[in-house]
Design a protein around this ligand. Structure first.
Ligand SMILES: Nc1ncnc2c1ncn2[C@@H]1O[C@H](COP(=O)(O)OP(=O)(O)OP(=O)(O)O)[C@@H](O)[C@H]1O
Length: 827
């Protein structure tokens, strides 16, 4: 296609200047005829027509080129009426009889010009059919540039002749010598007839040209990019593989005693003593698949709502399996997106290990790797070294020492030797080698830190790993932290013979368990896991492809009429009758914990107001493997500037609340603002952000679980997985960024069969999005969130806030600004 639009050399361009003379404007396409002394083939001439057009403002080559491709002759014809129209309007400006006469002459001239244009076209099409005379007329007033001298000379007399005739024409017209004109017109019409006969031939020729343009012009086609084919077809359940399209569905109330699922009565008894009496629905479905059985067992993918007990569904079978072994080797990896989740799952494992360390079973050792300690320290916690007698190995060691230093051997992948294990530098005793062993059976880790150990920790090996758990899988798969999945699956693809055998069974290999409340059905993501004979377990009520909320969750929306006063709406909600205990036992639990906290007020004070509003605003709630706690101790900048307000009376909040904001900074500011606006609430307030030191976050969560803190203001860091069992109210102060985020946020409450409430503050500008995408109401509702009942509208802060309150609020804002400025200044 392109080849036809490359202009030929500039020696013989046509230049059309329609405005140059009146004659030219009357016959704008008159110069489309032959311009070369050499007779041109019709196809080549047709191309030249385009270059005539190209002399017009060359704005869009592709357009002009396309015109040629599509309608090589139509271009001329299409333009004719425009010119005629403009001329007509010009003529209409004349008045009286003279005007009429001139108009009739003018019409004749126009017809004349049009006829000549057609003639010209005929000439272009087939020169042989056109007489030299008509050809000279066709050239008309157009200028030619750069033609051979001989041609120019030849044309001079023609031009003069033409000029002369034009003058004669003008005179004729003025004199009314119409006979002469008529005679001339007749001759022109004759030529037109001849030209029209050849018109079809021209079109045929043009079509031929389109068929083989390269041959005609000797031009190589320009390289064209591969056409991009957009596959707009969407995956449907019909196109999904059977295991994804037809999941195993489980009723939400299907609980069973652990003993019926393959857990020994002794172990079940211990579990019961820890409050785990019967298995929840998801455990009822998953445990039989993961505990030893004679059936062919494949990998398991679990989609079950928040708080439904997914963690125990893999913890119990893993501990059951690993406790059967004797030697400590790294047998299992549990990958989670945040440090807080690593710590939480560690507690769940520790609660269960005792249950299986009976009847001669091994007490399973749990380790964590999440970047909350310096790397070397973490290495020494999960790996050990010992001097082992091995003369042959020692010889090899010595040979290696004597080899010229190979930088590639001595450095780790990043070329950073400093990070290498200190143990590595230890010298082996004579005839000994240093052997590295895993100190843990199960490693719970964040993906980044796992990769670091794989690449940098001597002796860290996945050879014996037979369990891989990916919790909060949709998040971990969507954000491939340091290509962790490729690194891990590659290592799991190889191993020593027999190393992955399951004890007491003929099974061998790696069992994979993939879980989320918002499980992806994106095959391109799931494929990375290299699943073997997978089964999808969906807890009933969770329609495939949907994200269901806990059945005991109630949702409310509060309209924010004045966004600039949003914190006051929040305060009104916190102090309203809505913030009551929704579970029977919560008041007692909170009251008891609160009493304890009275005697230990330091913990509460240290958590509330502990952070600066001007600290980092990073929202990254995912793992940063290099971010250890040693260096991120927050500086108590604002503490000096703004002493904690003294509570005027005993805190009275009878329930627990988690408030979500859009960022770390927003959480810190809001927490501080609430404390300033309501000193009564200040001792109950805690803040959770990803910029907070992990140990401090753990303390805050502990204080909250104990009832010492009752309001947590958080960023999305804690929206996933965090299990705050006694949490009753979740408030979306800022709208979540997605439906998935909404499901995880509000899923922090109504867990494990308890009731809970979710409140969302909705500004006018957000209303459409909230009701359509999250609540699934109104026109074009598209939500994928499955829920028991509709979102209820609740009015808060409807009465005027009052001048005094607004003034106090402005004062608090001002103070906040000063504190932030002070913090910045001290940085
Ligand atoms: N069988 C059981 N009996 C009593 N409590 C249970 C049982 N199983 C789990 N729980 C409790 O239920 C709560 C929620 O469990 P878990 O954290 O595993 O939920 P989850 O499904 O992983 O939620 P999320 O998707 O939010 O991470 C925990 O406090 C856990 O101790």
């Amino acid at each position: 296609m392109y080849s036809r639009y490359i202009p030929p050399k500039k020696e013989k361009p046509f230049v059309i200047r329609p405005q140059t003379t009146s004659a030219a404007s009357d016959r704008p396409y008159a110069n489309l005829g032959q311009t070369s002394a050499e007779p041109l083939q019709p196809l080549a001439q047709a191309q030249r027509i385009v270059f005539d057009d190209d002399t017009l403002p060359p704005i869009d080559h592709s357009k002009s080129s396309r015109k040629l491709d599509e309608e090589p002759t139509g271009t001329v014809e299409e333009k004719k009426p425009k010119k005629s129209k403009s001329k007509k309007s010009k003529d209409n400006t004349q008045d009286g009889a003279e005007g009429e006469e001139k108009e009739s002459k003018s019409r004749k001239r126009k017809r004349d010009a049009a006829d000549k244009a057609v003639v010209s076209k005929g000439e272009v099409s087939n020169e042989k059919d056109v007489t030299p005379e008509s050809n000279s007329e066709a050239v008309g007033a157009g200028e030619t540039e750069g033609e051979p001298t001989s041609v120019m000379e030849e044309r001079k007399p023609k031009r003069e002749k033409k000029k002369k005739r034009k003058q004669e024409d003008d005179v004729d017209m003025i004199d009314g010598d119409e006979d002469r004109i008529r005679r001339r017109h007749k001759s022109v019409f004759d030529k037109v007839q001849k030209a029209l006969q050849t018109k079809d031939d021209v079109q045929d020729a043009n079509e031929e040209e389109e068929a083989e343009p390269e041959v005609e012009h000797g031009l190589e086609p320009l390289p064209q990019p591969e056409p991009i084919i957009f596959d707009e077809s969407k995956l449907t359940y019909e196109t999904l593989p059977p295991w994804l399209a037809s999941p195993v569905r489980v009723g939400p109330d299907k609980t069973r005693p652990f003993t019926e699922l393959g857990i020994s009565p002794e172990s079940s008894k211990i579990l019961e003593s820890k409050g785990l009496k019967d298995a929840f629905a998801v455990q009822t479905a998953v445990l039989p698949l993961l505990l030893p059985s004679p059936d062919r067992q494949g990998d398991v993918v679990v989609a079950a709502p928040t708080g439904s007990g997914k963690t125990l569904s893999y913890v119990l079978p893993m501990v059951h399996d690993i406790s059967k072994g004797r030697v400590t080797r790294l047998r299992a990896l549990i990958v989670l997106p945040t440090r807080d989740l690593v710590q939480q799952v560690q507690l769940a494992f520790e609660a269960c290990t005792a249950a299986f360390a009976i009847s001669g079973g091994k007490r399973v050792k749990i380790g964590t790797a999440m970047g909350n300690r310096v790397f070397k320290e973490e290495q020494s916690v999960i790996m050990s070294q010992e001097q082992r007698y091995d003369p042959q190995g020692y010889e090899q060691y010595l040979q290696k020492q004597n080899r010229p230093v190979n930088l590639e051997d001595s450095e780790d992948e990043d070329g950073d030797e400093d990070d290498n294990l200190e143990l590595e530098r230890s010298q082996p005793l004579p005839s000994h080698v240093i052997a590295h062993e895993s100190k843990v059976d199960i490693l719970i880790c964040t993906p980044g830190r796992l990769v670091e150990h794989i690449t940098k920790t001597p002796g860290f090996s996945l050879d014996y790993v037979r369990w891989l758990i990916v919790d909060e899988a949709d998040k971990l798969l969507a954000q491939d932290f340091q290509q962790w999945l490729d690194t891990v699956t590659e290592k799991l693809g190889i191993g020593k013979p027999g190393a992955r055998d399951f004890p007491g069974s003929n099974k061998s290999g790696v069992r994979k368990v993939i879980l989320s409340a918002t499980m992806t059905r994106d095959l391109s993501l799931l494929n990375g896991l290299k699943l073997s004979r997978p089964k999808l377990i969906v807890v009933e009520g969770t329609k495939a492809g949907e994200q269901n909320l806990p059945s005991l969750l109630k949702e409310y929306a509060i309209k924010i009429r004045e966004p600039s006063l949003k914190p006051l709406y929040l305060l009104d909600l916190l102090q309203s009758k809505h913030m009551t205990a929704v579970n029977r036992d919560i008041s007692d639990e909170v009251a008891v914990a609160s009493e304890t906290s009275d005697s230990d007020s330091s913990a509460s004070e240290s958590e509330s107001e502990a952070e600066s509003v001007s600290s980092s605003s990073s929202d990254d709630d995912s793992d940063d493997s290099n971010d250890s706690d040693e260096s991120d101790e927050p500086k108590p900048k604002t503490k000096q500037a703004t002493p904690t307000p003294t509570p005027t009376k005993k805190p009275t909040l009878p329930t627990t609340v988690l408030i979500f904001t859009k960022s770390n900074e927003a959480a810190l500011r809001l927490s501080r603002l609430l404390g300033l606006l309501s000193p009564d609430l200040a001792p109950l307030l805690g803040t959770l952000t990803s910029s907070t030191k992990t140990s401090r976050r753990a303390r805050t969560l502990r204080a909250f679980a104990q009832g010492k803190l009752r309001i947590l203001v958080a960023s999305d860091l804690v929206s996933r997985g965090i299990d705050l069992l006694h949490l009753e109210h979740v408030i979306n102060y800022d709208l979540p960024i997605s439906e998935t985020s909404y499901v995880h946020r509000v899923g922090r409450t109504a867990r494990a069969g308890r009731k809970g409430c979710a409140w969302t503050l909705v500004e006018h500008a957000e209303a459409r999005r909230f009701w359509r995408d999250f609540a699934g109401e109104g026109k074009g509702a598209v939500t994928s969130i499955g829920r028991g009942g509709a979102v209820e509208r609740v009015r808060v802060g409807e009465d005027e806030f009052g001048e005094e309150r607004v003034k106090a609020y402005e004062g608090a804002l001002e103070r906040l600004r000063e504190e932030a400025a002070g913090g910045e200044g001290r940085r």
